[in-house]
Design a protein around this ligand. Structure first.
Ligand code: SF4
Length: 360
């Protein structure tokens, strides 16, 4: 049984400009011990989907429909007490801004010990010992001494490690990390990623990693869910997605990763911007930006289907490669011309649009 199952989840926000469907019918699952990446540009709905898991969507937003099942329990039906038990105990979250997550007037050790006491019936001494263990586990040197330091005495990377220690204080079954390394410099980022990777390997903790960075996903994740304008456009095991992306948006995202040795003068980008979710494009939401769009794309919304057979996503297993593009339902007359793609030496998609035959 999957640890987490999200089915047809819809989250809306009611704004002065109209109703924003930030998450529009997404479905995915996470099994125990696996790391799943939710990827996409800003505004794709990744963070909203993560907050919805713990019913943390606040007014003017609400979960309109869909199911969130965690260990077989329907999270949307949980009482306040049951929800409190799930939050922190079974699902823990790590946000981007570690500094904001820490209280400046308490030492980092006290804050971790407090998190331990909130969920476990332990003495102060036991909570302190556990906090020191956790500081050591997340790679803080001299943890017994650093226990008494305040957040401002830690660097940004160290603060993020402390936040991860707090999240781990109750051995959660699922750790939701929302852009955990954004804003950190690359070497610190590498340290945090290594830490998350070690945690996933050492324990049965599953990780949902929200990021816009496909490089991070390649390093850490077992499977990837690509979101665009509130919808899932591709879902696949990580290798399948990197070596054989099926959706034009994913192809564009992969092509925009800068590569060492690439001497082109301009970085490749996905042209255009994410659409307004108050009034999203008709048909395929990606059609205004898609280099392969045909007339049908503006008229028909492509369902998420198996790319091999066109079987609907609802009947597909978690390892199946799915994409939401009319190519895979047989409704695209000219078809996606992916034959022209040239792989670079590492097997990825060549970032040069000319070599990929996309010039003009
Ligand atoms: S359905 Fe059309 S517009 Fe959408 S991704 Fe496929 S080819 Fe592009």
């Amino acid at each position: 049984m999957a640890l987490l199952e999200v089915e047809d989840l819809v989250v809306q926000f009611y704004t002065d400009d109209g109703v924003v469907r930030a998450v529009d019918g997404i479905s995915y699952e996470i099994r125990a011990g696996e790391t799943v990446g939710l990827v996409g540009e800003s505004g794709a709905g990744k963070s909203v989907a993560s907050l919805a898991l713990l019913r943390l969507i606040q007014a003017p937003g609400e979960i309109v429909s869909g199911e969130i099942r965690f260990q077989g329990r329907d999270v949307r039906e949980c009482s306040a007490e049951e929800l409190r038990a799930i939050r922190g105990n079974e699902i823990a979250m790590v946000f981007q801004d570690a500094e904001a997550a820490l209280d400046p007037v308490y030492t980092v050790g006290e804050q971790i010990a407090e998190a331990v006491r909130a969920h476990d019936d332990v003495t102060d001494t036991q909570a302190r010992e556990r906090a020191i263990d956790l500081l050591e586990r997340v790679g803080i040197p001299n943890p017994a001494t650093r226990y008494a330091d305040y957040p401002h005495e830690f660097s940004g990377g160290m603060q993020q490690r402390v936040v991860i220690a707090m999240a781990l204080s109750c051995d959660p079954a699922l750790l939701v990390c929302d852009e955990p390394t954004t804003g950190l410099d690359v070497t610190v980022q590498a340290g945090i990623l290594e830490l998350l990777d070690d945690l996933a390997r050492e324990s049965e903790t599953a990780i949902q990693l929200v990021t816009h960075d496909l490089g991070i996903v390649a390093e850490l994740c077992d499977r990837v869910v690509v979101q665009y304008a509130g919808e899932i456009v591709e879902r696949a095991p990580v290798e399948a997605l990197y070596y054989d992306p099926k959706h034009p948006y994913t192809v564009g995202l992969l092509a925009s990763i800068p590569r060492l040795g690439d001497d082109s003068e301009r970085l490749t980008t996905v042209p255009g911007t994410t659409p307004s979710l108050v009034d999203p494009p008709t048909g395929c939401r990606f059609h205004p930006r898609c280099p392969y769009a045909e007339t049908a794309c503006a008229r028909r919304a492509p369902p998420l289907v198996e790319t091999d057979s066109g079987t609907p996503a609802a009947d597909a297993g978690p390892e199946t490669h799915l994409a939401a593009c009319l190519e895979y339902t047989g409704d695209l007359e000219e078809g996606l011309d992916y034959d022209v793609q040239v792989r670079d030496e590492g097997g990825g998609i060549d970032p040069d649009p000319e070599r990929r035959g996309e010039s003009g």
